[in-house]
Design a protein around this ligand. Structure first.
Ligand SMILES: Nc1nc2c(ncn2[C@@H]2O[C@H](COP(=O)(O)OP(=O)(O)OP(=O)(O)O)[C@@H](O)[C@H]2O)c(=O)[nH]1
Ligand SMILES: [Mg+2]
Length: 305
C-alpha cells in the first residue's frame, strides 16, 4: 500500500466522493458503469431500479473518484421507500460533489427543478450539471440544453455525456478528479467496487428478473443469495439464490409457463455472472413469497434493507 501511494506526489493527488442525482431513469447508474469501465450497478428501463448505495471507483494517476450510486429521494409509499430515502439523504450530505443528471431527450420539468432547488441544502459541496443521453439528440439540441441548464443554477461546471461517448466520459472523469479535495488515495489501486460477490450476484439476478416485470412487479422483487459453495474437482461453484415476491400471484409471473421465465432468468443470470465475475457457476434459483415485504420491518431486515 504505502509503496504504491508514495508514487503519487502527495500535494497534487486528489480523492473524494461523488453521487449522481436525478429523476428515475435519467441514466445515473449507466453513467457510473461507463465511468468505471465495468458494470458495477444494474440498469433497467424501469424507474427506481437502484436500491443500494453502490460504490464504484475510478483510478487515475493523479486522482481517485469514488462514485456512490443511490436510489434517490422519492415520495415514500412504503417502509422500504422511507429506508431508501434515509440512505440517500445521508450519502448526499457526505459527498464532495453532487452531479445532477438531466437527460437530453426529455424536457427539464418540475421534478428536475425540485432536485436543483434542493442543492442549496449542501452549501459546502461542489455541484455539477450533467446532460446525459446526448447520443439521442442533435448537436444543436445539446447546445441549447446546456445553456438552459447553465441558467438554472450556479454550477461549478456543466457537462454533456452519453454512455458510449468515450471522449466526454474522459472529460467528465477529469472534471470530477479536478474538483475533488487534496487527499491520499482512499481505496487500494485496482479495486473497482466495494460490493461483495453475494451482493453483485444478487443484483445481476434482480436485473434479469426485472426484464420480465411489468407495472408494480419491479418494486415487488427482491433477490438474496443464501449460499455460495466453492468449486471442487469436477464441480462448478454452486450459488443458491432466492427471488422474493410480495404476493402469491406474482410467483406465477416470475416462473412463467412451465417454468420458462425462471429458466430464462437463470440462464441470462449465469451468462452475466460469468461475464462480470469471470466464473461459470451452477445456479439454484427459488421463487419465494415474502408477503408485503416492502412494508414489513422484519422482512426488510431479512432482505438486507
Ligand atoms: N441512449 C442512451 N441511453 C441511456 C444512456 N444512459 C442510460 N440510458 C438508458 O436509460 C435507462 C435508464 O438508465 P439507468 O442507468 O438505469 O437510470 P437510473 O437513473 O440509474 O435509474 P434509477 O436507478 O431507476 O433511478 C436504461 O434503459 C439505459 O440503458 C445514454 O447515455 N444513452
Ligand atoms: Mg440506477
Amino acid at each position: 500500500m504505502t509503496e504504491k501511494k508514495s508514487r503519487h506526489k502527495k500535494d497534487d493527488y486528489r480523492a473524494g466522493f461523488v453521487t449522481f442525482l436525478g429523476r428515475p431513469n435519467t441514466g445515473k447508474s449507466t453513467l457510473m458503469n461507463a465511468l468505471i469501465g465495468e458494470k458495477v450497478a444494474i440498469v433497467s428501463d424501469k424507474p427506481q431500479t437502484t436500491r443500494r448505495a453502490i460504490r464504484g471507483i475510478i483510478h487515475k494517476p493523479n486522482f481517485q473518484v469514488i462514485i456512490i450510486d443511490t436510489p434517490g429521494i422519492h415520495r415514500p409509499r412504503t417502509l422500504l421507500g422511507e429506508r431508501l430515502n434515509d440512505m440517500t439523504e445521508s450519502v448526499l450530505s457526505e459527498v464532495d460533489i453532487l452531479g445532477v443528471c438531466l437527460p437530453a431527450d426529455e424536457e427539464i420539468g418540475p421534478g428536475d427543478k425540485r432536485i436543483i432547488e434542493n442543492l442549496v441544502k449542501y452549501p459546502k459541496t461542489k455541484k455539477i450539471g450533467i446532460l446525459t443521453k446526448i447520443d439521442r439528440v442533435s448537436r444543436a439540441e445539446v447546445a441549447a440544453r446546456l445553456l438552459e441548464i447553465s441558467a438554472l443554477f450556479d454550477w461549478d461546471a456543466v457537462i454533456p455525456t452519453a454512455f458510449n461517448d468515450e471522449e466526454q466520459l474522459a472529460e467528465l472523469s477529469e472534471l470530477l478528479g479536478s474538483l475533488m479535495p487534496r487527499s491520499e488515495a482512499l481505496y487500494p489501486e485496482g479495486m473497482i467496487t466495494e460490493d461483495s460477490r453475494e451482493i453483485r450476484i444478487a443484483e445481476i439476478i434482480r436485473e434479469c428478473a426485472l426484464d420480465s416485470a411489468r407495472e408494480e412487479l419491479p418494486h415487488s422483487i427482491a433477490v438474496t443469495v443464501s449460499d455460495i459453495f466453492p468449486a471442487e474437482a469436477n464441480r462448478l461453484t454452486r450459488v443458491f439464490a432466492e427471488i422474493w415476491v410480495e404476493r402469491d400471484s406474482q410467483k406465477g409471473i416470475i416462473i412463467g409457463k412451465r417454468g420458462s421465465n425462471l429458466a430464462r432468468i437463470g440462464s441470462e443470470s449465469r451468462a452475466e455472472i460469468k461475464r462480470v465475475l469471470g466464473e461459470d457457476v451452477y445456479l439454484d434459483l427459488q421463487v419465494k413469497l415474502a408477503k408485503d415485504w416492502q412494508k414489513d420491518p422484519k422482512l426488510l431486515m431479512r432482505l438486507g434493507f
